[in-house]
Write a protein that binds this ligand. Sequence first.
Ligand SMILES: C[S@@+](CC[C@H](N)C(=O)[O-])C[C@H]1O[C@@H](n2cnc3c(N)ncnc32)[C@H](O)[C@@H]1O
Length: 388
Amino acid sequence: MLAKTFFGMEQLLATELKKLGATEVFEGNRLIKFKGDKGFMYKANLCLRNALKILKPIFEFRADNDIVFYEKLYNFDWKDILSPDETFAIDSVVHGNIFTHSLYVSQRCKDAIVDRFKKDYGKRPSVDTLHPDIRLHLHIFNNKCSLSLDTSGRSLHHRGYRSLTNIAPINEVLAAGIIQLSGWDERTDFIDPMCGSGTFLIEAAMMACKIPANLNRNEFAFEKWKDWDEALFEKIKSSQLNRVVSPEGKIYGFDKAPSALEKSTTNIKNAGLEDFIKVNRANFFHSQKMGDTPLHLLTNPPYGERLEGDINELYKNFGDTLKRSYPNTQAWMISSNFEALKFIGLRPSRKIKLFNGKLETRLCFFPIYEGTKKIHKLRNEDDKPSKN
Ligand SMILES: C[S@@+](CC[C@H](N)C(=O)[O-])C[C@H]1O[C@@H](n2cnc3c(N)ncnc32)[C@H](O)[C@@H]1O
């Protein structure tokens, strides 16, 4: 099978797949190839945090021109895949110079399927691009064509918990990947101080609780297949649910906008995580870290794409707040505004390139150590004469 993901998250997904039990795992460009049986396909769709879609290849062939392409698809044995009274859709991705238009390729594939069904059954399956029974995925690189069944349906970032979105919500799969790239241990206290609709908080809590990423989703494409095995799926789901635990650390967030608070509160409830995530209306810049224990801070601040006031000032305040009020904090933030990032006034000790939609971003790490107060205290203690 093939699991698709975002740029920069391939290694995370490969590791996740291996941990889940996949074999023959190979990393590609924004995708991972792996082997697994039907049960594993169910488990992967239910559990993977870093995958956008899982495809199951069903037919690989070569076509040097349009006529051969049509004939190969016409001659394929469709009866195990599709029935004349079902609906279908085809997504295509083309690279190379033989086939250059993805829509044209989808259209020709559709013609081949429809013509074949008309010949064999006297009737044809209909196309439904929005909610088909069977979704096919065609990938063409020069003359190499690969036809797959889309096992997931809607992209797996539709986790099912986010009914309300804020301005510029982060994609759920990207949020999960960012949390993992930041190296959060799932135990240290976690804060998103500009939490918007709560995506980082919910993904973090699901990780800490070991809740399968797509538990709240209402459907997967494979549920409409002829070989759908509901008993097998339920068995896999309940064995995953047996692993669920309560989080060890605190998970909490702030946002200064009342509308963001409303949205995050609703989404947290949708995910059933209201006992484990606390959100408050607060301005991060007027806040202070609670207690002396380590804190993992991760946020997606405004990028200045909209009219959001003085964005350089906001980034300066972000840096000042960390330095002044957040000692002993591993602070991470993602932004596409490279100019504003300079105003933080701290040198990131790591920068990871990612894309948030079309925007090239950097996930930056600012480790904030113990406050100077504490260092002075320790120094003074060192100066005291030893009792021995
Ligand atoms: C890009 S959005 C975050 C989106 C979020 N990751 C999500 O998935 O919905 C940035 C958020 O920062 C909040 N914000 C901006 N300045 C803030 C501040 N000083 N304190 C707290 N929240 C702030 C905004 O209200 C907005 O909700």
